[in-house]
Design a protein around this ligand. Structure first.
Ligand SMILES: Nc1ncnc2c1ncn2[C@@H]1O[C@H](COP(=O)(O)OP(=O)(O)OP(=O)(O)O)[C@@H](O)[C@H]1O
Length: 324
């Protein structure tokens, strides 16, 4: 179990994280989300012991993470941290990078494990290629294989798929996260991408203005985001007054509605003037204006600019949001 308690951190007196506390059970997957520069990487570095902690503590099981001032080689033994810089050996081959930390005393085992890792990251064809000649996305895949080679107890992934093209991303995500589950490896992923999180994480921790503003199971946070900021991590969302949606509702409350939850109606609901329709493949994302505020919704067809439409939301969605 990981325990992070009252962690506060500043780079040269510039505060980055304030009073961060959370726990993570062994084998579980936590996603850390929040805006760029919000301190996600800093949190992972602190957990791994790369930065000196002035305030607060990090424990992995019974062991306290000591930080760089107390370790000859910074970084905890039972953990692996995959940084955004990859930390590879550029002048050696993909195979050598992946197998560097594996035991040479069991050559057959080493060969088997290396092949398994190269297959998982779809890098078999590059086994004997020098890392410095690879593309950034290929380097990121090698770095991933290297990070899990020794089966760490806790894996810390910093934007692990940021350079992988969409064609390979889905397979790689599935391969990696299924493998981690199977092996019971605890994992924390810092990411901006909801698709790294929704299908694979158990919990999401959201950091904003240096603090944790949400720490809840994935589906629960998606269904009841409580703030437009949290909802926007998952996609376009709007804040809508209930009494405009349902004229009989005697409340001034507003609810968060995701773009796909609106239904376009010819004559009842929120009056909206269309600004633009963006093709999304399976549907259109439409930006409109209602009472001076922008609103985003999905439509099966493009809607012409300036057209007035009415938007509706199901009672089920309204009730779900009201329960939060
Ligand atoms: N070594 C450093 N020295 C000084 N300031 C730093 C250092 N590393 C990061 N920062 C600053 O600390 C803040 C948090 O950075 P961090 O990289 O942790 O954010 P992040 O949420 O991971 O961002 P991103 O999503 O863009 O990766 C930023 O304002 C950044 O400029």
């Amino acid at each position: 179990m990981l325990r992070v308690e009252n962690l506060t951190f500043a780079y040269n007196k510039t505060p980055v994280l304030e009073d961060i506390s959370f726990g993570l059970e062994a084998g579980k997957h936590l996603a850390v989300m929040g805006e760029s520069g919000g301190g996600k990487s800093t949190l992972l570095r602190l957990i791994y012991g790369l930065l000196h902690l002035e305030e607060g503590s990090v424990h992995w099981g019974e062991k306290k993470v000591l930080g760089p001032r107390f370790q000859l080689v910074p970084g905890e033994e039972n953990m692996k941290y995959l940084s955004q810089e990859f930390d590879l050996m550029p002048f050696t081959t993909v195979k050598e990078n992946v197998s560097q930390f594996l035991s040479v005393f069991y050559p057959e085992e080493l060969e088997k494990r290396t092949s398994e890792l190269l297959a998982m990251t779809e890098m078999e064809a590059f086994a004997d290629t020098k890392v410095k000649t690879l593309s950034v996305g290929q380097k990121q895949r090698v770095a991933l294989a290297r990070a899990i080679a020794q089966k760490p107890e806790l894996l810390l992934l910093d934007e692990p798929f940021s350079h992988i093209d969409n064609f390979q991303k889905n397979t790689l995500r599935r391969n990696l996260f299924d493998y981690l589950r199977q092996e019971g490896i605890t994992c924390i992923t810092a990411t901006h991408d909801a698709m790294d999180v929704l299908p694979y994480a158990d919990r999401i921790l959201v950091i904003r203005d240096r603090k944790i503003i949400a720490d809840r199971p994935v589906q629960e946070l998606y269904d009841q985001p409580r703030s437009l900021y949290v909802a926007s991590l998952f996609g376009e969302a709007s804040l809508v007054p209930i009494d405009i949606l349902k004229s009989y509702a005697d409340t001034k409350r507003r609810i968060i509605v995701y773009a796909h939850e609106f239904k376009v109606s010819p004559n009842s609901g929120i009056p909206t003037v269309v600004e633009r329709s963006y093709p999304m493949g399976s549907h259109y994302l439409v930006k409109g204006w209602s009472e001076g505020e922008s609103i985003y919704f999905h439509s099966p067809e493009a809607i012409e600019q300036g057209k007035r439409v009415y938007l509706n939301v199901s009672l089920g969605t309204i009730n779900k949001r009201l329960r939060q």
